[in-house]
Design a protein around this ligand. Structure first.
Ligand code: HEC
Length: 238
């Protein structure tokens, strides 16, 4: 009798325990393939650039025809246009601005020139990796809403937020990097961000991920960039 009981227990454990572990190994949530929607943030960015342009144009005397044309182009660039149409309008506006000797206005139009298109395969691979390694603290959509039940806390019990990569909590929709030392405009360089992912930020909850391969780091970076539309207008400075 005892022997049979022990036998049953052994069978239950040897099937049950590994099955449990297998479950732990699987991601808890299905990985969503849906792109994070950042169209509102893009619109906000475009509107702020366009209002700066319209201000400058309203101070201009003369060249009425060109000024009206420029106003018209600026209004159209408020919409989230796709690369080809967008850049055609920007190029036209830049050359018109230069014609009337206003490089400053041309430079403002340049702020909505699309320089970079995301590689969708890389983004979705990056999203998968992000959900596995980073989402607990940075949120599934990279917006800093940690998915731990009680959120992130410091030793005094105060809430800590991991970096928000979407910019949706920033007044002007910006992503503000704090530790990446090599600031380039308002963004950190690719190398700098990758270094922080590998090494972590000692003294904060941000751990290092030395086990990630270059290919994986690239994909995670691409996903992070896809979260804030400013990256696509951004020209890395050498
Ligand atoms: C255990 C929680 C945790 C995990 C897991 C985590 N992070 Fe973080 N991360 C943080 C916190 C907290 C901060 C903000 C630190 C601060 O500002 O004090 C941060 C900051 C960052 C920064 C900003 C650096 C800067 O200059 O502002 C980057 C980039 C980053 N994390 C990327 C990642 C990536 C990519 C992953 C996954 C591979 C990841 N993190 C996983 C908690 C985490």
């Amino acid at each position: 009798m005892k022997g049979i009981l022990i036998g049953i227990l052994v069978v239950v454990f040897s099937i049950g325990v590994p099955a449990l572990y297998r479950n732990f190994g699987e991601p808890k949530y299905p990985v969503s393939e849906v792109r994070v929607d950042n169209s509102e943030i893009e619109k906000k960015y475009r509107e702020s650039v366009v209002s700066e342009i319209l201000n400058k144009l309203s101070e201009l005397d003369g060249n009425e025809e060109v000024v009206n044309r420029l106003k018209n182009l600026a209004e159209r660039l408020k919409e989230n246009l796709l690369l080809d149409e967008n850049n055609k309008l920007v190029n036209e506006a830049k050359s018109l601005s230069s014609d009337i000797g206003r490089e400053d206005i041309a430079n403002l139009f340049d702020k909505v020139f699309i320089r970079y298109e995301y590689n969708p395969e890389k983004v979705s691979y990056g999203k998968k990796l992000f959900e596995n390694w980073c989402a607990t603290c940075h949120g599934r959509e990279g917006d800093s809403l940690a998915i731990t039940p009680e959120g992130l806390k410091d030793s005094l019990g105060h809430a800590i937020y991991a970096r928000d990569f979407t910019g949706k909590y920033h007044r002007e929709g910006k992503v503000v990097f704090k530790f990446a030392s090599e600031f380039v405009g308002e963004f950190a360089s690719d190398e700098e961000i990758k270094r922080i992912i590998i090494e972590g930020l000692p003294g904060t909850p941000m751990p290092g991920f030395p086990m990630l391969e270059e290919k994986e780091l690239d994909a995670i970076l691409e996903f992070i960039k896809s979260l804030n539309p400013r990256w696509k207008f951004y020209e890395p400075k050498k």
